[in-house]
Ligand binder design. Structure first.
Ligand code: HEC
Length: 262
């Protein structure tokens, strides 16, 4: 008994250590927390918000970030028609195949480009990582496809980060070209605040506050990180219902089989 208790206590102590959030700066910051419509075992993506988030991503974030694992045809999943998805794709440019002379650069030395199509993925606006760093003070804007999954408490982190730009405390020393963010580990981030009130004009007329845009783009990026979540939830729920019914049936069978043997 005693042995079992001490094993449990050790496990609990270990779990507590592991669960404590650790930040590079050494202190834990409590994230802002919102209710995410897709969380919980029956959660689904909220189409309106995810579509608005796509608009925020396209008009703001795509100036620096790619979505390497999401192709334009995937947008049909979140309620865009194929025509709309095509039109959205055509707003992006990707490197063209060699032309009839086999050239990939024009006579001025510029890379030949073509409008993106349904089968393309959301491209990076930069030709390579070195160019991306050069344009961003040495920091690389990461691909955002899996970002919500790549950070602990990803949705709340993304939302907090995007709404977390502040003036640095008086005694805080900022490095050249960095921006103070209450939720970024170490508080200095190379990305300047990307969102401002009315930064986009929503097609559905929703007021575009910083909080609203941060919420919407987080919902969009959560979908991008796990497009199959709704199927997973649907199947999970069916399995649970199946197991409950099966348990009743097995219990009833057991009672019947054993009824005469007592
Ligand atoms: C002007 C370019 C630019 C724009 C626009 C921009 N970002 Fe960034 N972003 C960056 C750079 C550069 C970094 C790397 C920052 C660093 O490492 O200090 C970054 C990093 C990030 C990170 C990673 C933070 C982490 O924990 O490592 C996230 C998430 C992010 N951006 C989300 C967004 C979203 C969402 C938008 C649109 C609302 C956006 N960004 C718009 C340049 C940009």
């Amino acid at each position: 008994m005693m042995v079992r208790f001490s094993v449990l206590a050790a496990a609990a102590a270990l779990a507590a250590t592991v669960a404590t959030p650790v930040l590079a700066a050494g202190e834990a910051v409590e994230l802002k927390s919102r209710d995410w419509p897709h969380s919980g075992i029956v959660g689904t993506y909220q189409r309106d918000s995810v579509q608005r988030g796509m608009q925020v991503y396209k008009e703001v974030c795509a100036a620096c970030h790619s979505l390497r694992f999401i192709s334009f045809r995937n947008l049909v999943q979140i309620g865009f028609t194929e025509e709309q998805a095509k039109a959205i794709a055509a707003e992006f440019e990707v490197p063209a195949d060699p032309n009839e002379d086999g050239d990939t650069f024009d006579s001025d030395g510029a890379r030949l480009m073509r409008p993106a199509a349904l089968f393309d993925t959301f491209p990076s606006p930069f030709p390579n990582d070195i160019a991306a760093r050069a344009a961003n003070g040495g920091a690389l804007p990461p691909d955002l496809s899996l970002m919500v999954k790549a950070r602990p408490n990803g949705e709340n982190y993304m939302y907090s980060l995007l709404t977390g730009y502040e003036d640095p405390p008086a005694d805080f020393e900022m490095a050249e070209g960095m921006n103070y963010n209450a939720y970024f580990p170490g508080h200095q981030i190379a990305m300047a605040a990307p969102l401002f009130d009315e930064g986009v004009e929503y097609a559905d007329g929703t007021p575009a506050t910083v909080e609203q845009m941060a919420y919407d783009v987080t919902n969009f990026l959560a979908w991008a990180a796990e497009p199959n979540l709704e199927d997973r939830h649907r199947i999970g729920l069916r399995v649970v219902i199946f197991l409950v019914i099966l348990s009743f049936l097995l219990y009833a069978t057991k009672r019947k089989v054993w009824a005469d043997l007592h």
